[in-house]
Design a protein around this ligand. Structure first.
Ligand code: DUC
Ligand code: ZN
Ligand code: ZN
Length: 510
């Protein structure tokens, strides 16, 4: 038995395992998963699971076999991963399409142990939000093999968007939106940000923020280019950590002014981690997300011959060892609630990273790295395997907290009776050397090529359907379903705004 599994079996004996059940003598289960070690964010226990109509119907010490029975001895039985930050079939503000569509992205996610993704329905300026959402549904519906929801990207907060479209879309289950403080074609100014925050606060949505100071980045980049510094490594120089920490600080102030919870996405730098932590200590409803690239890469990875560094360029960029350490610490101490891939897949050719071929500068490249498939294996191997995180923290960071933060906890994120049977059987001892050739996305490379990992998802189940087993895809194209989301946990949390906020809100209510 793998050492990690042995440890957790031992823990299971000491924790609150469900009592043996006599109720289920005659099995009506469509599927049973038996003899496994179940781990939720709050407990690890040895149990059998019975599934009916895609939902978990029973969890007990012993259950009879269902119509289909999986022996999970020697396996960890985990909630299916939820990846709440990925870009799929999305056109960037520079007009570049991602390499993955909803089929390849969801297949890749499933092979990595993820059963639900929440990508973006991205508004570009001039577009009406309801039409944007309809377009993304048309793309996802026929292709997805696992479940999905959508966040909105709001880049054009017109009066109609703020007062008609967003309230209606929030009621329809699109209860979160991302806003940008950088990129000329996406960024909101502070006035617009306050409008969006106020709308979210009034109608019950969570705002996700890309926090980087646009002018700082542009100013450095233009000076670099003017002096002939065009290689990919200068991407990291132009995205100075101060651009991230300044914007993080600023948006937290804007959110506090409107008493709106915010989640700062893809946090990369030590100062930004500290800024978020300090605000949380003051009681602000500020949440954080980080991603594999900030744990496993540094700016040194971008410094490769020719344009090869482009394969490691994302925004914000990977930083240095001190930032990596701060990000690990933030995962362990609760500064970060969610760990997502920020899968932004662009091929290393003219369709993605190299729009101008050999003449491409760091400013021309599409920003982003792939990560849907390796998100869980990387964190398990380097986090749980090396003792930086507990197995329960791993579950919280990869599944449960995503469900809580984004209004999905009524269906997903835990192994519990009544919830969707989204389950990942994990082989804690399996050793895998990462190779792009064995991944299922359409990017053609991985920034983690050659890494030796320990721990791998072997069977992946979404709503009771076995999607992946022993390296084979078993789900049909289009079998994934859209999930409408409820009020995000941080928004639902009752609290009294500061006296100043109460006063200006009462004087300015629409
Ligand atoms: N922001 C993202 O969230 N993903 C990719 C690039 C970016 O700037
Ligand atoms: Zn972003
Ligand atoms: Zn992103």
């Amino acid at each position: 038995m793998a050492p990690i599994l042995k440890q957790h079996v031992a823990d299971a004996a000491a924790s609150g395992a469900p009592p043996p059940s006599d109720e289920f003598r005659l099995s009506d289960f469509d599927l049973t998963i038996r003899n496994g070690t179940v781990t939720n964010a709050d407990a690890t226990f040895r149990a059998d699971i019975g599934i009916v109509d895609g939902r978990i119907a029973a969890i007990a010490d012993r259950l009879p076999a269902g119509a289909h029975d999986i022996d999970a001895s020697e396996r960890l039985v985990l909630p299916g991963g939820i990846d709440s930050h990925c870009h799929v079939e999305q056109i960037s503000s520079n007009g570049v399409m991602t390499a993955d569509d909803f089929e390849s992205a969801t297949v890749s996610a499933a092979f990595g142990g993820t059963t639900t993704i929440i990508p973006f329905a991205a508004q570009h300026r001039g577009m009406a939000l309801p039409a944007v959402v309809a377009d993304y549904h048309a793309c996802a519906g026929p292709k997805a093999v696992i479940d999905y929801g959508f966040h909105l990207i709001v880049s054009d907060p017109t009066e109609t968007a703020l007062t008609v479209d967003l309230p209606a879309l929030i009621r329809q289950g699109y209860t979160s939106f991302k806003v940008y403080m950088t990129y000329d074609k996406l960024k909101l100014d502070d006035y617009q940000m306050l409008d969006v925050l106020d709308t979210a606060s009034t109608h019950g949505a969570l705002v996700m923020v890309h926090a980087e100071n646009n002018d700082m980045i542009k100013w450095i980049a233009q000076r670099l280019l003017a002096r002939g510094h065009t290689a990919p490594k200068y991407h990291a120089v132009s995205h100075d950590p101060l651009a991230e920490s300044e914007a993080t600080h600023r948006v937290i102030a804007l959110a506090r002014l409107t008493d709106t919870p915010v989640l700062i996405v893809h946090v990369s730098g030590r100062d930004a981690v500290r800024t978020i932590r300090a605000a949380q200590t003051l009681g602000a409803r500020v949440y954080g997300e980080t991603c594999p690239q900030y744990l496993f890469l540094t700016a040194a990875d971008i410094d490769r011959p020719g344009l090869d560094g482009a394969m490691f360029c994302c925004s914000p960029p990977p930083r240095d060892a001190a930032s990596q350490e701060a990000v690990w610490e933030g995962l362990a101490n609760g500064t970060f609630q969610v760990y997502s891939s920020d899968h932004a897949p662009y091929r290393y050719d003219e369709t993605g990273k190299l729009p101008k071929g050999a003449a491409t500068t760091f400013k021309d490249m599409a920003n982003g790295v792939p990560g849907l498939e390796l998100r869980l294996p990387l964190l398990f191997s380097e986090g749980v395997g090396r003792g930086r995180l507990s197995l329960q923290q791993f579950v919280a960071l990869t599944a449960t907290n995503h469900a809580r933060m984004y209004g999905l906890a009524h269906r997903k994120g835990a192994i519990a009776v009544g919830l969707d049977a989204d389950i990942c059987l994990w082989d804690a001892g399996r050793e895998v050397t990462v190779a792009a050739a064995s991944l299922h996305d359409r990017v053609g490379y991985t920034p983690y090529e050659g890494r030796a990992l320990r721990g791998w998802p072997v069977t992946v189940i979404n709503r009771g359907r076995v999607v992946v087993a022993d390296g084979r895809l078993l789900a049909e194209r289009g079998s994934g379903m859209f999930v409408s989301r409820r009020t995000p946990g941080p928004v639902a949390m009752a609290r009294t705004p500061s006296p100043q906020t109460q006063l200006f809100k009462s004087l300015t209510a629409r």
